[in-house]
Design a protein around this ligand. Structure first.
Ligand SMILES: NC(=O)c1ccc[n+]([C@@H]2O[C@H](COP(=O)([O-])OP(=O)(O)OC[C@H]3O[C@@H](n4cnc5c(N)ncnc54)[C@H](O)[C@@H]3O)[C@@H](O)[C@H]2O)c1
Length: 337
């Protein structure tokens, strides 16, 4: 098993602790699970294996004998009630996160992201009020940036139902935190890329999609003039933020942006991916109507709050993160597409 020296300072928080990760077979959940197991945590993953999402058994192959898996749905109160009992931490990552699907059928977002979150919180309030919760919100809750970088205090203007449902879920966490002393942290994540993501379609996870196209020696379409910027973040940096935040007493009750100080535009992203892969090529292309409707423009997270409160900052450059990700998918491609 790999070791993660950067996490060692948090061992006392997680060693022999019971941790539940909802959506745990997906991209973020599985990467987190692997690092928590290395810290001595007793990890249970729950996942409904939602079609076309990131749930993938291969994701947890290196820890499969050290974790428990429960195939169930976060909306199923009967199962959830038992799964949450005696857990010290719950990371809530189960979600409908397909932005394009959300425009075609918004009820899944409302049902899973809002009702599922409410089901989790209500059951925690009743059956495990001492648990600590971490929720993975999205930068999309801000909508178009009023100022860059975007701090947690900027107003929320979600542009779609997915983003609205994430914002509603975050507010549910806040209400239960403030009214019922159910301690929680919301992390507002930027665009994350890296190993163990869904790579079958391009409806979410744009940076990973560029990687797939490059590995397949195909053509990447860069929409518009390619100058829109994002603070792409490598998944192991994002997982570092989850672990560090969950182990910071002062972070409970807060919303914390998790992003990158260094932004790149989409043209630079395509150039970096094709250069590092040594394959693929890119061209400019007009926005599809669905992409245009959801494109909020430039985005960079202001991460000064998480730096100050938690002491976390990203450490992996775009080039290094891409290189590690490309190596992973080249080796394990048959499990992802
Ligand atoms: N990856 C990112 O860049 C990013 C950015 C911002 C926010 N988020 C949020 O973080 C969370 C995890 O994202 P991810 O990238 O790991 O996605 P993912 O699709 O890889 O993982 C989500 C997992 O949740 C499971 N799931 C969905 N609905 C469920 C339900 N009702 N019950 C149980 N399991 C269910 C899916 O089967 C999947 O395995 C999502 O809520 C997403 O919106 C992700």
């Amino acid at each position: 098993m790999n070791s993660y020296p950067e996490d060692e300072g948090y061992r006392a928080w997680f060693d022999q602790k019971n941790v539940l990760i909802t959506g745990g077979l997906g991209f973020l959940g599985s990467n987190l699970a692997i690092r928590l197991v290395a810290l001595g945590a007793r990890v249970t993953l729950m996942d409904a294996m939602l079609e076309d999402h990131g749930g993938n058994i291969f994701n947890i192959s290196e820890v499969k004998n050290q974790i428990k898996i429960n195939f169930s749905d976060v909306r199923d109160e009967g199962t959830l009630k038992y799964l949450i009992k005696e857990k010290d931490f719950i990371f809530h990552f189960a979600g409908q996160n397909d932005h394009v699907l959300s425009r075609r059928n918004p009820f899944l977002d409302i049902d899973i992201n809002i009702k599922g979150t409410a089901t989790l919180l209500e059951n925690c309030r009743k059956y495990n009020p001492d648990v600590r919760l971490v929720y993975s919100g999205t930068r999309g809750e801000y909508g178009a940036a009023i100022r860059l970088p975007v701090s947690e205090d900027q107003p929320l203007h979600p542009r779609g139902i997915y983003e609205l449902s994430s914002s509603s879920a975050q507010q549910l966490f806040q209400i239960y935190n403030d009214n019922d002393s159910l301690r929680s942290i919301t992390l507002r994540l930027t665009n994350i890329y890296g190993e163990r993501a869904q790579m079958k379609h391009n409806r979410f996870g744009v940076a990973n999609w560029f990687i797939r196209l490059a590995i397949d020696d195909s053509e990447i379409s860069v929409f518009g003039d390619g100058t829109i910027i994002r603070d792409f973040l490598y998944v192991q940096d994002a997982v570092g933020a989850m672990i560090a935040a969950a182990a910071t007493e002062r972070a409970y009750g807060m919303v914390l942006n998790v992003g990158n100080d260094t932004a790149s535009n989409f043209k630079e992203l395509a150039e970096t991916v094709t250069r590092i892969a040594g394959a693929g090529r890119w061209k400019y292309a007009p926005f599809t109507p669905e992409r245009a409707a959801q494109e909020p423009g430039d985005f960079i997270s202001d991460i000064s709050r998480i730096k100050r409160i938690v002491g976390w900052s990203p450490v992996v450059s775009l080039a290094d993160g891409m290189s590690r990700t490309i190596e992973f998918y080249r080796e394990h491609k048959e499990h992802y597409w």
